[in-house]
Design a binder for this molecule. Sequence first.
Ligand code: UDP
Ligand code: MG
Length: 399
Amino acid sequence: MLRLCNAASAGIVSRLWWTQNHNDPEIEICREHINLFIRDIIILNRNNKVSHRHIQKERRMNVYLPRSSSTRATEVPEPYSSHFISVVVPVFDEEGNVQLLCERLIAVLRDASFKFEIVAVNDGSRDRTPEELRAATEQYSELRVVNLRRNYGQTAAIMAGIDYAAGDVIVTIDADLQNDPRDIPLMIAKLNEGYDVVSGWRTDRKDAAIRRNFLSSMANRLISRISGVALNDYGCTLKAYRRDILAGVRLYGEMHRFIPIYASWMGAKIVEMPVRHHPRKFGKSKYGLERIFKVLLDLVVVKFLDRHLVKPIYVFGGFGLFSLFISAVSFFLMLYLKFFNQISMILTPLPLLSAMTFLIGFTSVLMGLIAEMLVRTYFESQQRTVYTVRGTINFDGPA
Ligand code: UDP
Ligand code: MG
């Protein structure tokens, strides 16, 4: 099948070459068809690769790949219009993008007959973004704006948007028109199939090849491996969530990309869906290479909180005891060498090693105790439980 498609695409490509060189008036239509066709073949190829890899690794993830990207917009199964959808958009210095974004978003959402609102969070923009947003609210009644006092970062802006959103479905999307609003109805359709999180996958990402795409694909692999949740593209902001899955999720640093990981740990059903991606037309990216380090450190935090939130003493105490053990071994070795081999203590590094590891071990155990106190404060001050319940049967009151 693939070979057949590849042969067909070669035929069409040669037709394109012919039309290009013979000034054919059909050229534009032809080019459009070829682009869509080639794209389908790429997706088909990927489909094979992905499903194979996923079966091999027996991961908990599902990957949804549409049969044809060109007909996607008409493939949305009914009913999906019963949800109230909140589209959360973090906006920072996006002058020039605001009007277009609202126009496109609202056209797609109205077309699909959704009940919806757009929650745009102005993250302390210093250009004309606030004025553009205000003007847009006069034009579109579905647009709501939250103005943050200063720039807090994309994750905080998304968090604010979620807090202010009223919908039972939350969709997050970038304001810079790199994500395509036409993918939203497909994501909602996917949620309707019973998924809790639909995560966008920029299969054809339009950012700098090495500086962005390559590094981010390495980071994605690392995050997948460490978290055990197999997603190909954590960084894509275009994601859709059922509201209840976000209850209790608090985001810090660069952590909005890890929401699917939290969700999956809570037992959510997650699916990844290829989405369109466009190059940035107005404004410029707010991020450089430093984001990689932030994301990696956040990953350490996420992993730590997942494994050891409830019993941090096991980590600190474990390391502390190991350190004390090394200290004891060095101490007795030092005595042995002194009394049985007549080697002076100061001729070996053992006294120093023993003292240092003793101090480190002791401090580590104490830090574990402090962490235990913090954990108790965390859970008890907020009346949180160390477990989460999916539902109950035959209890009085709401299940
Ligand atoms: N953004 C934000 N606060 C920030 C940085 C970015 O709200 O401090 C928004 C920005 O307006 C855009 C989205 O986050 O809507 C993604 O930012 P950007 O396009 O710069 O990131 P990239 O696509 O390059 O990863
Ligand atoms: Mg962008």
